[in-house]
Ligand binder design. Structure first.
Ligand code: PHE
Length: 354
């Protein structure tokens, strides 16, 4: 062996298994990553999104699957983290036949893992897609109820975010009440739209935005103020609620923020872990995304794996409020960021199980 290699430090592989296949039907890169099975079967959604290069999709899958491990650990689930990402070509969105081909390619990749990993919905997929995946593997959550699944998880994810927002408001402003507080929701996808309706109904003072301007109708319908994504990002609100894609907080963008706190369901909101420290230094309370966004997976696993009733499952989802309150308290006491406190909690659970 080359001496040079031994002299260099090697970045350790943190993930248990990485599979990259060119789908036999679609010809597209199908990436399935199992980050950890320390706590149990790895779970994590299937993302269909456009990337400039398939290796960007791999990078995303690596980070998203690791976040799922922390999400499950902090939520107290007997599951590990994984993720599926299919890199779609840019600008062309697949028609129904191509979509089925993609989903069957995904299903075969998951079936090959023989239960080590199960998928679910994520950005770009929903219950009907899970039904198509379910034609070829049983390791899939959130199929429509008629087919034996727990259905759309987005309203449950939104319920968990509401519980998290109450905990954040309590910690930051001394009251869990959302009425009268100012929020800006960035992204009106499935989860963001549920949240917008909920916050409007609780008489919160609401700004909403999306890169897709056809979503503006929802703002009118619920009496929210519509702003362009950039304006909404910099708006002077109590809580900013990222509900779209990740990577929105970077050293450059953090400098532009005018909010007091951040809590939302988007996965991997920070460009890098150190950005949590920058937010902390600016006095902005950042509720870790992997704590806030666990409602969907908590609900789906409660109903589909543990036979809980919908009511019991919802009670567990709302437990995100207590989990986050505890993390914010721990962070305060230890003089660390909420991100560090949440990561410590996840590591502790993983160590106990190992
Ligand atoms: N997209 C969900 C998440 O990021 C993944 C998921 C939801 C998986 C529900 C299974 C069931 O947490």
């Amino acid at each position: 062996m080359n001496q040079q290699h031994l002299l260099h430090d090697t970045v350790p592989l943190d993930h248990e298994e990485i599979r990259i296949k060119r789908g036999v039907r679609s010809g597209l890169p199908v990436i399935v990553v199992v980050h950890s099975t320390t706590l149990g079967q790895a779970i994590g959604g299937c993302r269909l999104a456009a990337y400039a290069h398939w290796s960007d999709a791999l990078t995303d899958a690596l980070r998203l699957s690791a976040a799922m491990t922390d999400k499950c650990a902090v939520a107290g689930l007997p599951n590990g983290g994984g993720k599926t990402v299919v890199a779609l070509p840019r600008r062309i969105s697949p028609g129904p036949a191509v979509r089925r081909a993609i989903l069957h390619d995904v299903a075969d990749a998951i079936a090959e893992l023989a239960g080590v990993y199960a998928t679910g919905p994520d950005v770009g997929t929903g219950p009907l897609d899970m039904a198509v995946i379910g034609e070829r593997t049983r390791y899939v959550f959130c199929r429509p109820p008629e087919l034996g699944g727990s259905g759309d998880s987005s309203s449950h994810t939104a319920d968990g975010v509401v519980a998290a927002l109450q905990a954040v408001c309590d910690a930051a402003f001394g009251s869990p009440l959302l009425a009268g507080r100012r929020f800006a929701i960035l992204g009106l996808g499935r989860v963001g739209a549920h949240l917008a309706r909920h916050l409007a109904a609780t008489r919160a003072d609401l700004i909403v935005s999306d890169i897709d301007t056809t979503k503006r109708g929802l703002a009118q319908e619920i009496g929210a103020t519509w702003l362009d994504p950039d304006e909404a990002f910099e708006s002077d609100v109590d809580v900013l609620v990222p509900a779209a894609l990740g990577g929105v907080f970077t050293p450059e963008t953090v400098a532009r923020l005018r909010c007091k706190a951040i809590a939302g369901p988007a996965n991997n909101q920070l460009d890098a872990p150190a950005t949590a420290d920058l937010l902390h230094q600016r006095g902005i309370l950042w509720a870790p995304d992997f704590v806030v966004s666990a409602g969907g997976i908590i609900y789906a696993t409660a109903v589909e794996l543990h036979n809980h009733s919908p009511e019991q499952a919802t009670t567990r989802v709302l437990g995100i409020g207590d989990t986050l309150a505890r993390i914010l308290r721990d962070a305060q006491q230890a003089g660390v960021t909420p991100a560090a406190a949440a990561t410590n909690l996840a590591r502790q659970r993983l160590r106990q199980a190992a």
